[in-house]
Design a protein around this ligand. Structure first.
Ligand code: FAD
Length: 386
């Protein structure tokens, strides 16, 4: 696969998608939950109530089959929902890891029993999920994971440690990648096991963050008991299942994120107009560059979704989405803080918050360097002969 062979299909919306869009937009206007509470616990409760309300309105799992509690529509409907959520500035889903990543992976790789047990509670967030992949010695090099699962009859006893596990502190389930085949190496002998976070052997420890928020954690696994029937894709097939889950980390997320960034850019442009700086050539060039970046991000997001819908996504192509998102997001908030001047730069506010938070975009879901490696190897075919 080379860049020239990348598919050019893009997502186009049908009249029924636009009808759904209008319906969702009207619903959002009538059901705005207002600004999130300052207090952390109250904010979590508000986000939970928000997803439950969206679920009650029938908007969670639009592309999921009806037998699993979804609406039986397709990815276009899901894209419309994500776009409207962001366009109207509404909070994101508290269980987005479950709904957009773990659920689809269970539908692709899991069995009917797992689907029956785990899918519906994801939709109304009665069971939130987290993704237990990274470990202290296995981040970019995920195949180096050392957490072990000892198969004992119909049980798996898990020992090890995960790190940077987003939302583990509110999760009831974890999709946990462990080595179940003794003596296996790299991507062989791994299994993706569903772990109950209420097992007494699970210990979740918050990692301090510079913004004072609680997003990710260390997860210590000490004789945690899981079931062989809860291995997604069967024993030894963890690598393929994990890669599929990672592919779901892009697509809808990028589409929603670029709209939230667009809202920030519009606000920055308004501030430049108010201050009279919009007539400066340098300012216009910088804002224009970010605008162009966002347009490209949207086009790439649609292309990725079209590929996902057709189950024809070239290996490595979503690395373009991730790489580009990192660049545009970091450029936007660095530009904003620079243009808005010391009053903004030297205080804590939404702009400085987003600038600092944006540092993580080039790390989570695979760092920028790793995306460049993937693009050069898998899409450009470089380094193949070495
Ligand atoms: C906000 C946030 C949320 C996250 N949430 C989760 C989660 O829910 N679940 C989960 O499992 N993980 C999560 N992660 C972890 C994330 O996937 C890892 O941080 C990421 O894969 C990088 O791994 P690492 O931190 O171990 O860095 P390392 O792999 O140690 O990399 C350190 C540096 O070396 C560079 N590097 C490493 N290898 C190469 C190479 N071959 N070529 C060139 N450069 C290289 C990297 O680019 C990086 O700059 C999250 C991270 C963040 C920041």
């Amino acid at each position: 696969m080379t860049m020239g062979q990348l598919p050019v299909e893009t997502l186009s919306f049908r009249p029924e998608d636009e009808t759904l869009r209008a319906e969702i937009r009207a619903w959002m206007a009538a059901n705005d939950p207002g600004a999130p509470p300052e207090d952390f616990e109250q904010r979590l409760a508000a986000l939970l109530a928000w997803q439950q309300k969206l679920h009650g309105a029938g908007y969670i799992g639009l592309s999921w089959p009806e037998r699993y509690g979804g609406s039986g529509l397709d990815l276009r409907a899901e894209a419309v929902f994500s776009e409207e959520l962001a366009t109207t500035g509404m909070p994101e889903l508290i269980n987005r890891i479950g709904v957009y990543m773990c659920g689809p992976t269970i539908m692709d790789f899991g069995d009917e029993g797992q689907a029956e047990r785990y899918l519906r509670p994801m939709l109304d967030a009665t069971e939130s999920w987290c993704q237990g992949f990274s470990e202290p010695e296995a981040g970019s090099d995920l195949a180096a994971i050392r957490s072990r699962g000892r198969v004992d009859g119909d049980r798996i006893i898990i020992n090890g440690q995960k790190v940077w596990t987003s939302r583990a502190h509110i999760a009831r389930r974890c999709a946990c990648l462990v080595r179940t085949e003794p003596g296996s190496e790299r991507h062989h002998g791994l299994s993706l096991v569903i772990v109950d976070m209420e097992d007494p052997g699970v210990n979740v420890v918050a990692l301090p963050q510079m913004l004072g928020e609680r997003h990710f954690n260390e997860v210590f696994l000490d004789d945690v008991e899981a079931r062989v029937e809860d291995v997604i894709g069967g024993l030894g097939n963890g690598w393929a299942a994990a890669m599929r889950m990672l592919s779901y980390e892009r697509g809808l997320f990028v589409l929603e994120r670029q709209i939230r960034l667009r809202r920030a850019l519009d606000e920055l442009a308004d501030r430049m107009l108010e201050s009279g700086r919009a007539s400066e050539r340098g300012v216009r060039e910088r804002l224009g560059r970010i605008h162009t970046g966002l347009e490209l991000l949207k086009a790439q997001g649609y292309r990725t979704l079209a590929g996902q819908a057709a189950d024809d996504l070239p290996a490595g192509s979503t690395s373009i989405d991730k790489l580009h998102l990192s660049r545009v997001e970091q450029d936007l908030f660095a530009t904003a803080v620079d243009l808005l001047g010391p009053e903004v730069a030297l205080t804590y506010n939404q702009w400085t918050h987003d600038l600092l938070e944006g540092r993580s975009v080039s790390i989570y879901g695979g760092s920028t360097e790793i995306q460049l490696n993937i693009i050069s190897k898998q899409l450009l075919g470089l380094g193949a002969s070495r």
